[in-house]
Design a protein around this ligand. Sequence first.
Ligand code: COA
Length: 332
Amino acid sequence: MRGIKILGAGMYLPETVASNDWFSTILDTNDEWIYSRTGIRERRISESKPNWHMACEASREAIKNSGIDPSEIDLVLAATCSPDYFYPALSCIVQQQTGCVNAAAFDINSACTGFINALDTASRFLLDGDYRNILIVASERLAPHCDYTDRTASILFGDGAGAAVVTKNDKPMYSYLSAKGDFFNALYCKVDQSRLNCPLLKPDTMPEGLIDTEAKTHFMQMNGKAVYKFAVDAMETAVNKVLERSGLNKGDIDLYIPHQANARIIESAVKGLELPTEKVYVNLENHGNTSSACIPTCLAELSADGKIKDGMTICLVGFGAGLTSGAIIFTQ
Ligand code: COA
């Protein structure tokens, strides 16, 4: 039987705050519009610290809080869609920097659903007993991906990292993972190939449906309305599917932690699912959407406040580029 227990969680947010008022100095926007449409007041931007630095800071805190030695970690899983390097994997840098000398390491990229997919993967690695402790770190430096002339998308995102050390638990865990590649063009960011120098290379072919908008596709391209609609449906479906798999009722869940994309998306899904709002954790007002890092930063904040208790049943639900989505129910 699969089951996971969080031994320790950690997070890192860069110092620089980008408030809605700051956005109104660079774009035709204002606090009232942004807050009423998204629930976001401010987000952090990592001005000069790379993604790996944030990932390591969050990981160190998670390992410290877990009470185990880094050498006891058997696997480092990093979720990111904004790595500093194509290779090595972010997880390898984290492994080296945090002293997880005995750990294997690989990355998972499913954008904002990254932590859900990584936690699901971790639970399967823990099953056979070869892997006892797994560090999952989700870290995103999205500022370099965002187009700060695009007022629709850039205002949504922030930088940050969250991490958790997990081990096997004898209490059951259930998951539901999904991908709808039909909507891959709703949210994408192309690898920048503007500096290639092989004389044989020609402009590459993009999959049908992706548009090279004035060669700005190396910035995030988002169809906000399509993503919004998908997100509400995907969250409701994922929660219903995982509840069905678990045989639990909505009321059996002590805490819901949704991906923190937009307060209106969360509110719509919570209303559709008829969940009690006091059981739904939301922290996006001061963080913005930190993609895969949203859910583990919620876990880290809640853990620091002593709100993740043994025996609690927690439901995590996320969605993101792909378009991907998923939900997990586990008992701590
Ligand atoms: N400030 C002021 N006006 C803005 C604005 C901003 N930051 N961004 C867009 N607008 C304008 C638009 O230009 C449009 O003006 P128009 O009516 O004159 O054309 C108007 O506001 C309405 O735009 P619209 O796109 O309909 O807004 P919306 O209510 O759909 O909200 C999003 C836009 C992006 C906030 C919303 O669609 C959303 O949250 N989508 C999901 C995105 C997401 O979560 N992505 C990450 C997934 S992991």
